[in-house]
Design a binder for this molecule. Structure first.
Ligand SMILES: Cc1cc2nc3c(=O)[nH]c(=O)nc-3n(C[C@H](O)[C@H](O)[C@H](O)COP(=O)(O)OP(=O)(O)OC[C@H]3O[C@@H](n4cnc5c(N)ncnc54)[C@H](O)[C@@H]3O)c2cc1C
Length: 306
């Protein structure tokens, strides 16, 4: 749905822009604009924005854009940018309450300091809690939804609801509604319960996991983490490397030499089309040579440039 009429909003406290570039809000540092971009002041302000948005205008949430390829033609409708370094993070009723805009590594450190175990895996996931909920982010044996007690969602009509995990079908890097439908609404907060543990052990584990990442991932170059989901019983990186694709480049995009399941944008010059073409090429070559059709983990959104 293309927005043709100028939109009028009242009483908002956040920052609204039209045709706002999304490249600086994705970790790949490329891609087009959104017709409307809103950075809410807080949860209630986000609700006020969504309530005033015409019901037929598509709405999308972006956290830290660390799992996202926005095509060069941009996104129709409205995008809300939810990363919030000041978002609420608190202990409540023996659980950890966290707003969706808080960065996942911050939750990992908070949980460690408060004597919780098993949240350490989130220390190296460079997105927001909202993105971790939407993707069921995980690594090193941990997965976000293993620890969720309930979530708060802002629905498209502007109302807030609280749900338990029973409302969702959660899988490997996949979260859908229990009936299999795509997610509705925007996650605005979650309550987590982690087993109790030892703060110094948790801090040491965080250090160890971050060290592993620095040793194995091209963290100094723009990337979006693992491009493909691991196929059952194997690793996408192993298959890509076995096909000789490390270093393979399209325009400004390149398969990382350090980790074959990462695509990097070394000069910051890659277009989203370069990255998407490289993703398609890797899929084709791996399928032809190994018979395994890799499924992208990164979310690809928006329109191709005309
Ligand atoms: C260096 C690097 C390492 C990574 N390592 C891992 C890893 O080990 N494990 C792992 O799982 N992932 C990893 N990732 C991928 C990524 O960090 C995670 O998927 C992360 O949880 C995405 O969070 P985000 O806020 O950046 O989401 P975004 O990229 O902004 O969005 C991803 C998807 O979630 C949706 N979304 C975002 N926020 C909300 C919300 N509040 N409500 C509803 N939907 C929302 C978006 O619409 C989009 O569909 C890595 C990425 C990088 C760059």
């Amino acid at each position: 749905m293309m927005m043709t009429e100028p939109l009028q909003f009242t009483g908002l406290r956040g920052v609204l822009s039209r045709n706002g570039s999304l490249a600086k809000h994705t970790s790949w540092r490329c891609g087009g604009s959104a017709e409307l971009v809103y950075v809410p002041a807080d949860r209630d302000d986000l609700g006020a924005f969504v309530r005033q948005l015409a019901p037929d205008v598509p709405l999308m949430a972006i956290g830290l854009g660390s799992n996202l390829l926005v095509r060069d033609g941009g996104v129709r409708g409205a995008v809300v940018l939810l990363h919030d370094p000041g978002g609420v993070l608190a202990v409540a009723d023996g659980m950890i309450y966290v707003e969706a805009g808080v960065a996942s590594p911050k939750l990992a450190r908070f949980a460690a300091v408060h004597g919780c175990a098993e949240a350490e895996f989130l220390a190296g996931v460079p997105g927001t809690i909202g993105g971790a909920l939407a993707m069921n982010a995980g690594c090193y044996g941990g997965e976000t939804w293993n620890y969720v007690v309930r979530v708060e969602i802002l629905l498209r009509d502007g109302s807030f609801v609280v749900r338990t995990p029973a409302a969702y079908r959660v899988g490997y890097r996949s979260v859908r509604l229990a009936d299999g439908a795509a997610l509705d609404g925007v996650f605005t907060a979650a309550w987590f319960s982690f087993p109790s543990g030892d703060a110094s052990k948790a801090r040491a584990r965080i250090k160890e996991l971050l060290g592993k990442r620095i040793a194995t991932q091209p963290l100094n170059l723009p990337n979006a983490g693992s491009v493909f989901r691991n196929p059952e019983g194997d690793h996408a990186a192993r298959l890509i490397e076995a096909c000789g694709l490390k270093g393979c480049a399209f325009g400004g995009a390149r398969v990382s030499e350090k980790h074959a399941n990462f695509i990097v944008n070394p000069e910051g010059m890659a277009s989203a089309a370069d990255i998407e073409a490289l993703i398609a090429h890797v899929r084709r070559v791996v399928a032809d040579r190994t018979g395994v059709l890799l499924e992208p983990e990164v979310q690809i959104v928006g329109e191709r440039a005309s």
